[in-house]
Design a protein around this ligand. Structure first.
Ligand code: ATP
Length: 337
């Protein structure tokens, strides 16, 4: 696959109605490069689908331009554009009485003239695409009878068979369980590694921040572009969450519930994994937790491990309450605070 560059210049995506623009996003200036897997993230309603649909030419921009390899997409014919960009919408395909094979074969039609049949090399491409997503044994199954995860793989096969240098997918990991989310991301990584630009929108920050090359973070006042790590270090994620109940913990890389109470607790003991998960439980109860060598707060939990058995002792003497599980410890603490 040759080099591909998307150059977004002064693009304002949005909708107009009779009284003017009903939704208008600030102007975007971004360059995307081949081999880049990009996740577009942002709150509900910020404009992710609108931007992806605009890049895919399914709706006009309010102003600005998108260039693919230096050519304005407004000047590219529909059939040529279909050889450059495949767009997979967020709603899973429901094509009645269409088999997986027939559905993926439709991806080859941009390469055909009117009434022209698929040739042997088109069929090879379709077979390769279905095989690449591990769906070969499903070829004769109807699309309607697939699970969401299976259908999502078929959608990726469609994009592979369309064989475009740019793949745009709106929420490809929605509806999927965790192993399937990672599997879909692996397939998309393979596509970008083969030289394509892959742009997806997602609400799944863990998957996005763990696996993509670049984040496009859509905030209400404009977009931030960077490696996931750049975005974390810029502090922009707290603006994404800008909420009274969630905050981003830069030390752990996790989004955490914001508690109002800030009682202090310390956890002592030798087993670092047990200490860390005990801290997790106490943080959930609203404690500010320190993992230390010595008890330094009013509430101190000792993690003791003897002959493979773990116990949690509240306080510093043997007469203090002792628990056999984190659940018992938290039930006790909740009854006291
Ligand atoms: N057809 C339409 N006409 C006018 N406004 C629309 C239309 N479709 C969506 N909008 C508005 O455009 C804004 C952006 O919507 P969009 O669907 O792009 O957001 P999103 O970030 O994809 O949201 P979500 O994460 O909830 O899917 C919203 O305020 C929405 O109400």
């Amino acid at each position: 696959m040759g080099r591909v560059v998307i150059d977004i210049k002064g693009l304002i995506p949005g909708y107009v109605n009779g009284s003017g623009a009903s939704f208008k996003y600030p102007a975007l200036n971004i360059v995307a490069l081949n081999n880049e897997l990009i996740a577009l993230v942002g709150r509900n309603g910020v404009g992710k689908s609108t931007l992806l649909r605009t890049l895919s030419r399914l709706q006009p921009a309010l102003s600005g331009n998108v260039y693919i390899n230096g050519v304005s997409t407004n000047t590219i014919s529909h059939s040529e554009f279909a050889k450059l960009v495949s767009f997979i919408p967020s709603e899973p395909a429901h094509a009645s009485h269409t088999t997986v094979y027939e559905f993926v074969a439709m991806a080859r039609y941009p390469y055909k003239g009117w009434f022209e049949k698929l040739r042997a090399d088109d069929h090879e491409m379709v077979k390769k695409a279905i095989g690449a997503v591990g769906m070969w044994s499903y070829c004769n199954r109807f699309i309607d009878n697939l699970s969401d995860g299976e259908r999502q793989r078929v959608m990726i096969a469609f994009a592979i068979a369309q064989d475009t240098p740019i793949i745009i997918m709106d929420e490809p990991t929605a509806y999927l369980d965790l192993p399937n989310k990672f599997e879909v991301m692996r397939l998309l990584r393979e596509q970008s590694a083969s030289g394509k630009i892959v742009i997806i929108s997602t609400h799944d920050l863990q998957t996005a921040f763990g696996l993509v090359d670049t984040i496009w973070l859509m905030l209400p006042d404009g977009i931030r572009v960077g490696a996931p790590e750049d975005i974390v270090l810029s502090g922009s994620l707290n603006r994404l969450m800008d909420s009274t109940s969630v905050t981003f913990d830069i030390k752990t890389g996790h989004f955490v519930y914001k508690h109002n109470t800030r009682k202090k607790a310390s956890i002592v003991g030798a087993d670092s994994h047990v200490k860390r998960w005990t801290a997790h439980a106490l943080q959930r109860l609203g404690f500010e937790v320190q993992l230390t060598e010595n008890c330094s707060s009013d509430i101190c939990v000792q993690v003791v491990k003897q002959e493979g058995k773990v116990q949690w002792i509240l306080g510093t003497t043997d007469r203090n309450p002792t628990f056999d599980s984190i659940r018992d410890l938290t039930i006790y603490l909740k009854s006291k605070i």
